[in-house]
Design a protein. Structure first.
Length: 155
C-alpha cells in the first residue's frame, strides 16, 4: 500500500478518536462533572495517539512536515463534518457546506505561508523576515475583521 494511503487511513482513524474525545463529551458525558468528562476524553485521546504517531512516522518518510500538517487539516475537517451533522445533529446550513471547505483551504494557505516564511528567513535575513511576519499578522487581523463583519450581517 502506498505511503500516502497508509498515512491517510491512520490519520482518519486518529481523527475519529480525536473528534470524539474533543466533542463527544458534549453529548455523551454531559451529565457528568467536567473533570470526569475530561478524564474520559483523555482516555479516548490515547487511542488517537496510537494511530496518529505511526501515521506521522510513516508519512514523514516521504513527505515534509508541512505536507503532513496540510493533510492532517484536510482530514480533520473531513472527519468533523459528518460527526457534527450526524452525531450532534448540527444544522446543515449553507454556511457549513461553503464555510468548511473555504476554511480548509485557508488553513492550507496559512500553513504553506508559514513554512515558506520559515524557509525564507535564512535566505533574506531577519529584517526582511520581520517585515514579512508583520504583513502576515496584519492579513490575519484583516481576515478576522472581515469574518466578524460577515457574521454581524448574517441573520
Amino acid at each position: 500500500m502506498p505511503v500516502i494511503a497508509r498515512t491517510a487511513i491512520l490519520l482518519v482513524v486518529s481523527n475519529a478518536f480525536m473528534t470524539f474525545a474533543w466533542y463527544g463529551h458534549l453529548r455523551n458525558f454531559n451529565d457528568r462533572k467536567w473533570y470526569i468528562a475530561a478524564l474520559l476524553s483523555w482516555g479516548i485521546a490515547l487511542f488517537e495517539y496510537l494511530f496518529q504517531v505511526p501515521a506521522n512516522r510513516i508519512g514523514y518518510s516521504q513527505y515534509s512536515l508541512g505536507q503532513l500538517k496540510i493533510l492532517q487539516e484536510v482530514i480533520t475537517l473531513s472527519v468533523f463534518a459528518p460527526f457534527a451533522l450526524f452525531l450532534h445533529a448540527a444544522a446543515a446550513e449553507a454556511q457549513f457546506f461553503v464555510g468548511g471547505p473555504l476554511h480548509a483551504w485557508g488553513r492550507v494557505f496559512h500553513v504553506s505561508a508559514m513554512i515558506a516564511l520559515i524557509r525564507s528567513h535564512q535566505a533574506i535575513g531577519p529584517t526582511a523576515s520581520r517585515h514579512i511576519i508583520q504583513l502576515y499578522i496584519s492579513s490575519i487581523r484583516q481576515s478576522k475583521a472581515t469574518r466578524a463583519l460577515i457574521r454581524s450581517r448574517t441573520p
